[in-house]
Design a binder for this molecule. Sequence first.
Ligand code: NDP
Length: 249
Amino acid sequence: MRSLTRDMDGEVAIVTGASSGIGAATARALADEGMAVALAARRADRLESLAADIDDGPGEALVVPTDVTDRDAVDDLVAETVEAFGGLDTLVNNAGVMLLQRVADADPDDWRTMVEVNLLGLMHASKAALPHLRGGGDLVQVSSVAGRTTSQTAAGYNATKWGVNGFTDALRKEETENGVRTTIVEPGAVDTELQDHIPDEEVRERLEGWVESMDALQPDDIAAAVLYAVGQPRHVSVNELMVRPTDQR
Ligand code: NDP
């Protein structure tokens, strides 16, 4: 039986949405493998404190405060990372917002925010990273169970995550011959700050109750899924991983 993980020591990653939840856990997990990790999100103070933790371990961190809705900032994130660490092996597109509302009650500005962060931000970052990933690199897209199924109040969020899945599978077909691996990670309920931003109080409370009703995943559980995919030997491409709490229906 071959060993599950390849040696990633010295490789370079970017993680968006690294200031909390799944992104912070994933950045830490990659750094624990000895990777140099660029930490991107808007809350610079959170990134600085994560970087301090990472710098105490086997990896290295670079803080690049970034709003993924700003195309120039995303280009700069990739350029700064490549300049600081000499290349790029893995991009984890994780930044996301989930502003759940029924369509009839929805604020279209919230739809716009979700499209700009969850979908367009991810598309721009993917394109900016591609030239560096060709020849053997990983593009990891944090989608959702909501990228495969739908639910009431999630129509806008579903639209962005289904978009992520469609974009990524088409991109996979374009880039296989260039050695780029794509992985779509689809978490179920994870205990993070994501639901705190839901604008509709009734929807937020219902979702909080639903998450509390089960033994929800922790951010480290999804970080482990990312590590599983990236850690495969280069001829193995894990294209899709759906990970739910055992007791999520
Ligand atoms: P968090 O709210 O903890 O993390 C979201 C991250 O996205 C934060 O770091 C936030 O940083 C960042 N972010 C939001 N807007 C922007 C922006 N404009 N530019 C840059 N970064 C931004 O939630 P999770 O960890 O749960 O979410 C991470 C991903 O996982 C999301 O894509 C989410 O859709 C997905 N997911 C989560 C599930 C869950 O149950 N929690 C289930 C399925 C998928 P900052 O505010 O500092 O910019």
